[in-house]
Design a protein around this ligand. Structure first.
Ligand code: HPA
Length: 271
């Protein structure tokens, strides 16, 4: 995806919406409830937006939702693009480039993840404080366009410590328990083997999932501030006979989602 394509897409969106967003949200699986916190002004289906990747899931075209949370202008991605679906990294991260071109300076990302940390329970919310990138392809590989960002981005604080600190205070005020940890992103679509979960634990991960890392890398490349959180939907370090299904992941995500929605919407209001 080129700078010109990003501009073209942003220009189209600008011609369709009443107000431009400063805050972007990428909604992970089961976390659609966040949309209830938004005062919706307009929606654009992905299949009407030039250059936008098209959703592979039938009946779920995906859409951008524009509106306000408190007095903050936001854009939300309902439906994200996963690498395991066959999109390349340019496609997976294109919406983040477009958000930046629209004026988004702060990005919020949520996902469902498997927990390695033994202190975690199913349904826990984990604020991501750092990540380990195990995707097989890097979203910034290739010629660098300096209009989008620097060749070698610093990754010493991809997840804003300041926003994590604020979110912790807001969660405590709302009586919501939260954890903090390192997210490992890998391609999927298989869930991990028992041996892989053990390895992910040993190398320093607290949770593992199949998204988020590419989008966050591109957000940092573009100079955005990022806040991200995982809902722990299953425990990787398992009892011997324990298995996992996508349905269980969604069910656990749905149960914890309102709590995360509350934290993120309060955080956006407080900024
Ligand atoms: N592994 C990878 N991705 C996931 C998991 C998991 O255990 N749970 C939810 N998404």
């Amino acid at each position: 995806m080129t700078f010109e394509q990003i501009q073209e897409t942003a220009d189209y969106i600008k011609s369709k919406v009443a107000a431009l967003p400063s805050y972007g949200v990428i909604l992970g699986s089961g976390l659609g409830g966040l949309t209830e916190a938004v005062n919706i002004q307009s929606e654009l289906s992905y299949n009407t937006i030039p250059n936008f990747p098209q959703s592979t899931v039938e009946g779920h075209a995906g859409k951008l939702i524009f509106g306000t949370i408190g007095d903050k202008q936001v854009v939300m991605m309902a439906g994200r693009f996963h690498y395991y679906e066959g999109y390349n990294m340019q496609e997976v991260t294109f919406p983040v480039r477009v958000m930046k071109a629209l004026g988004v300076e702060t990005l919020f990302v949520s996902n469902a993840a498997g927990g390695m940390n033994r202190d975690f329970k199913i349904g826990d919310i984990m604020f991501i404080k750092d990540h380990i990138n195990l995707f097989p392809e890097h979203p910034l590989r290739g010629k660098n366009d300096t209009r989008l960002g620097t060749r070698f981005p610093d990754m010493s604080e991809p997840y804003s410590y300041e926003m994590i600190a604020k979110a912790k205070v807001l969660a405590a005020e709302a009586g919501i328990e939260v954890k903090e940890g390192v997210y490992i992103g890998l391609q999927g679509p298989t869930f991990e083997t028992r041996a892989e979960y053990k390895w992910l634990d040993v190398i320093g991960g607290d949770a593992v999932g199949m998204s988020t890392v590419p989008e966050v890398i591109v957000a940092i490349h573009g100079g955005m501030k990022v806040f991200a959180a995982s809902i722990i939907t299953d425990l990787g370090i398992r009892e011997e006979l324990n298995t996992i299904t996508h349905e269980e992941v969604l069910e656990a995500a749905n149960i914890a989602a309102p709590k995360l929605a509350k934290i993120v919407s309060e955080l956006i209001k407080s900024l």
